[in-house]
Design a protein around this ligand. Structure first.
Ligand code: FES
Length: 330
C-alpha cells in the first residue's frame, strides 16, 4: 500500500524548495508563455515540412559548402520534421519542470517477511491438517501418494520422444550398404572409374532402391565426395588402401567438427577444406585433420566396382558420419 503526502507536512523530511512558478503567479504566467512559444515553434516546423512537400519541386538542388549538391525538398522536409518534434519535446519538458504538480511521493512498503506470529500460525496449521489427514498413521496412503506424485511429475519425460530418434541411431546409420552404387549428385547417374580424371572431385549419393525415397535427413548424411589422385600418392594402411579403387577415394562430405559440408578441394595440395571453421583434411592420408577444430578425419567409405564397372560401396560406413557427439567412442 502506498501513501501520498505533501513533503512539507512530514516533519522527518527537509523542507521542500518550491519552484518560482509555484509561489509567484507572474513567474507561472511567464513559464506558460514560454511553453506556448516552444509549441508554436513546433507548428512552424510542421508548416515548413508541409510547405516543402507542396512547393519545392523534387528536382531542385542546392549547393551547400558542407554537403555539396543537396536535394532541396528533402533537406527542408527533414529540417521541418526535426524542428516540429524537437520543439514539442522541449515544450513538454519545460512544462513538466515549471508548471506540472510538484508533489513528492513516499511509497511505503511492507516487510516482505511475514510476521513471526503469522509464520508460526502457518506451521501449526500445516501440522494440524497433516495430523487430521492421518498421514502418519496410514503409511500405505503415504507411500502410494508418493509414488503417484513421483510418476505424475516424471510423465512429461515421455514427451522427449517427440524430439525424434536418439542421435545414436540416426547418426550411425546412412543409406550406404554393401553393393550400393554411387550415383552423381545432381544427375542421379551411376558412375564409372573412368568418368573421373586424376585431380577430379565429384559429389555422389547412394543409388535408391525402388521402395526408397530421398529425404532431407538422408541427403545430409549420405553425401560423399569422390576424389581421384594418383594411386602412388596415397599414404594409407593396407586396409584403407583396399577401400580405394584405382586412385579413387571416397569420404563423407559432412565435417566432423560441426557438420558443415566440406566443399572445397585444393587440387595442388590435395586438401579438403571446410568453409565453416577452416578445418583442413589431407586426402592422401585418409583425410587426416591437418588444421582447424575438427577432431577426427572424415569417415572413409570403402568402394570398389561391380561387374559392369560401376563404382559401388564395399560396405556401410564403419563409423558414424558427422560431428562428434556424446555417444561416440572416438
Ligand atoms: S564445421 Fe567444419 S570446421 Fe567447423
Amino acid at each position: 500500500m502506498s501513501k501520498e503526502i505533501e513533503r512539507l507536512s512530514d516533519p522527518g523530511l527537509p523542507d521542500h524548495v518550491h519552484r518560482k512558478a509555484d509561489v509567484d503567479p507572474r513567474a507561472a504566467k511567464k513559464a506558460e508563455r514560454q511553453v506556448a512559444i516552444l509549441f508554436s515553434l513546433s507548428v512552424i516546423g510542421t508548416l515548413l515540412f508541409v510547405g516543402s512537400y507542396l512547393w519545392i519541386p523534387a528536382t531542385t538542388f542546392l549547393f551547400l559548402p558542407a554537403m555539396g549538391s543537396t536535394n532541396a525538398q528533402q533537406l527542408f522536409l527533414g529540417l521541418g520534421l526535426t524542428l516540429a518534434t524537437l520543439f514539442i519535446g522541449l515544450g513538454a519538458i519545460h512544462w513538466a519542470k515549471t508548471l506540472m504538480p510538484d508533489n513528492e511521493v513516499i511509497a511505503e512498503r511492507h516487510e516482505f517477511r511475514s510476521e513471526e506470529k503469522d509464520r508460526q500460525d502457518f506451521v501449526d496449521t500445516v501440522k494440524t491438517q497433516a495430523a487430521a489427514a492421518g498421514l502418519g498413521r496410514r503409511p500405505l496412503i503415504k507411500r502410494t501418494l508418493g509414488i503417484a506424485l513421483g510418476l505424475v511429475s516424471a510423465s512429461p519425460l515421455l514427451l522427449l520422444r517427440d524430439l525424434g530418434p536418439l542421435p545414436k541411431k540416426s547418426l550411425e546409420q546412412t543409406s550406404w550398404e554393401k553393393g550400393t552404387r554411387l550415383v552423381t549428385d545432381p544427375g542421379n547417374l551411376p558412375i564409372k572409374a573412368s568418368d573421373l580424371e586424376v585431380g577430379a572431385v565429384a559429389q555422389v549419393l547412394p543409388e535408391l532402391k525402388s521402395n526408397q525415397e530421398r529425404t532431407l535427413n538422408n541427403l545430409a548424411k549420405d553425401a560423399v565426395l569422390l576424389i581421384r589422385i594418383r594411386p602412388e600418392e596415397f599414404e594409407l594402411s593396407p586396409e584403407r588402401l583396399s577401400w580405394t579403387h584405382e586412385g579413387i577415394i571416397a569420404f563423407s562430405k559432412i565435417c566432423t567438427h560441426m557438420g558443415c559440408a566440406v566443399a572445397l578441394y585444393e587440387q595442388q595440395t590435395k586438401h579438403l577444406l571446410c568453409p565453416c571453421h577452416q578445418s583442413k583434411f589431407d586426402v592422401p592420408r585418409a583425410a587426416k585433420v591437418i588444421f582447424g577444430p575438427a577432431a577426427r578425419p572424415l569417415p572413409q567409405l570403402a568402394i570398389t566396382v561391380d561387374s559392369d564397372g560401376y563404382l559401388i560401396a564395399q560396405k556401410p560406413f564403419s563409423e558414424p558420419v558427422g560431428p562428434s557427439f556424446w555417444e561416440r567412442s572416438s
